[in-house]
Ligand binder design. Sequence first.
Ligand code: SF4
Length: 362
Amino acid sequence: MASALDAGLGEEWLGLTRQQLCARVAERGLPAYRGRQIFQALHGRLVETLDEVRELPKRARAELGAAAALSPLRLDQVFDAADGARRYLFSVRGGHAIETVWIPDGERVTLCLSSQAGCPMRCAFCATATLGLQRNLTASEIVAQVLYVLRDAGRRSGSPRPATVNLVLMGMGEPLLNYDQVLQALRILADPDGLHIVPRRVTLSTVGIAPKIAALGREPDRPRLAVSLTAPTDALRARLMPVNLTYPLADLQQACLDFPRRDGERITFEYVLLDGVNDGEAEARALLRWLSPLRAREAAKVNLIPHNPAPGLPFRPSPPERIARFQSALRAKGLPTYVRRPRGRDIFAACGMLAATSSPSA
Ligand code: SF4
């Protein structure tokens, strides 16, 4: 079967909700329940072609199959890390490269998804920024990352999908700049007739597009929110993250305070620790000050992320003792603070390293 890559845009069926798929099938003269059968096969049983949807009459399969492009991704390379992480380098329509990372952790697995090819946000500590924005991904391309990686995992292990699948929108791109397609993809992935990855298992990480955080808060089935903060003052943040020139820390703080949280839910603030840049006592104190209205509502937790060096980036990771001191300073004030263990560094799969690198180490 031709893929969307080969056949041009085609119909991106993987980007349709169950209801939309039923409507599309009905337009072609088939009963709507056939749409549900197709959805269940594509998203629940992870079939790759309509030919494998045996519930469909042969003739319908042939008719639909001729028009439906089911695979908007082409796998270019796979890299396996010593710690079990796996990085997939895919091509999408237009020849752009995107990446998805499989991060196993016992019975659980986390998939780190891309929402854009490249990224326009220019964060100074991130390798993806060097690519610039190539284009937004479609819902189909976002969903297909999950289907592809789970199918591959099933083939490798010979067992069905892992007991718990978490999704993080922390790969290439700023997801809130591709809002509609990201939300559409999450709706499809949450469907109980498909993968049923519920919103509390999904974390969307943003650099802080304040108006879009407000919009996300109004979504009935929204994912968890993580904010990539990395600097507690406007001057430093504007240097490290140019988004701060548009949405300064006061706007971001207000958006986070207004964000409606579910019971016990906290917003995760990610803080990439850069040696001698943002990892001192003064920054820890400033961070506590900035977070204080959120701390008062028990609305914040902090993930400290040791910087992952990548070619062309001018920063060094903070040494372990500085990381420990920074963490202690925050914890001493009762702020839940964790240090994220880097995964897949040796294959350029760790946080901030996704730059479509086609060799496992440079
Ligand atoms: S950290 Fe995220 S938002 Fe910033 S440049 Fe990298 S991919 Fe884009």
